[in-house]
Design a protein around this ligand. Sequence first.
Ligand code: ADP
Length: 495
Amino acid sequence: MSTPTLLAIDQGTTSSRAILFSKAGDILAVRQKELALHYPHKGWVEQDAKDIWNDTLWACRAVLDDVPDQSKFLAGIGITNQRETTILWDRKTGEPVYNAIVWQDRRTAEHCHNLRAAGYEDKVRAKTGLLLDPYFSGTKVAWILNNVPGVRRRAEAGDIAFGTVDCYLLWKLTGGNIHATDATNASRTMLYNVVTQSWDDELLKMLDIPRAILPEVRDNVAAFGVTVPDLLGRALPVGGMAGDQQAALIGQACFAEGMVKSTYGTGCFALMNIGPEFKESKNRLLTTVGYRFDGKPTYAIEGSIFVAGAAVQWLRDGMHLFKRAPESEAMATSVPDNNGVYLVPAFTGLGAPYWRPDARAMISGLTRESTAAHIVRAALEAQAYQTLDLMDAMTGDSGFRPDVIRADGGLVANQFVCQFLADMLNRPVDIPRVTETTALGAAYLAGLQTGVYNSLNDITRAWQCARRYSPAMDGAKRDALYKGWKSAIAMLVGE
Ligand code: ADP
């Protein structure tokens, strides 16, 4: 008997991947290619848009070739992608006019500063839910228009297209037929009004960006177009699209208000579903489109922790305390507690809710009894303290306190981290059976469009918990540990 399969394209910052999923969400085949980052000047980060496309196409073809018996039953394609990364290309030739400017790029910091000084920040927040920051696409688009010779004139003549990576890949897959993006990716451009769900003339004017370059914005589940038959052997429908963090929210089936997914990789991204009402954050978190189905947006509050797994990498590569990341667990549990040692991993500044970009990391509470194990334990505990800080900010903004946290990412392989997280949040932490939640989310979207799934209920039912960590720490101990963390933060920020 044949059951349909779904292809997810997961185009990330460091790699381009294709994954073939079964209807039950199992991975049937996966292929990936590493993607180079270029740093032409201090603070600039670029990628070759052609590499993004060629590697993605290669990965799709390789996956379909790996399992021909299952690829035969491919129902549709879903795309998820690194967000905000900006590409402008010629509508006639398909040639990018400049490298992709990656979300990490800070070249437009001064532009943002000037706009802030001119009083635009409140407007940007109220319309987009974002901060006025180089991170988002808007000022990157403006930079290309202002700095690459001839591009502005061509853009005004209607010859240039702008897109984030999802949009560019769709354009290539459909042979230049479709210039469209989805509401989650649009919500990261700083050009899209997430309240009215439309490109915003005032924001376009603020950045001097001609409307003619913008893609059409569709729901996350939509008929995005059909691939050119030559590319993948036959014409295939693209039925779903979402930015990576939103795709993970969908892959974790967080469809009810107050549900949270938290991804612990190099950094940590937490998204909380806050329902159909747009709410501006009071804690400088972002409000963003979580997903949009049938024209109706559901919003999410997004908070990020700059350094999560990166702290483990630093202990391994900078301090040489162990050789492999998983060894951190045995070291941390070789001591009964942190013995008063805290590690605040502010290697690149302190993010939400403190927002001290100039702060730097700190280890506090060292005594003659302190050992490497205490420092490792402190680094792992910090994952939970940082998450608790973030949850408090999210609750302050939304009024929701999640009943449970759905966690994923490389760090959740560490059982000490997961248990300590459950203990500190005083909430269960659930780890899904399929941990590739981002790609899975894209596959789910494509499956909804192509009838593989009938409704969100199908997805809610398909989501399975592999392991639940239940809170088991008494309140007094929890309070004392968190108080210690807050004192360490106070030492750092001088309050
Ligand atoms: P990314 O997608 O950001 O590249 P991953 O989700 O692959 O990240 O997670 C990798 C991160 O998780 C690394 O920083 C690594 O140090 C950390 N990590 C992986 N396994 C463990 C483990 N068992 N214990 C602690 N940290 C781990």
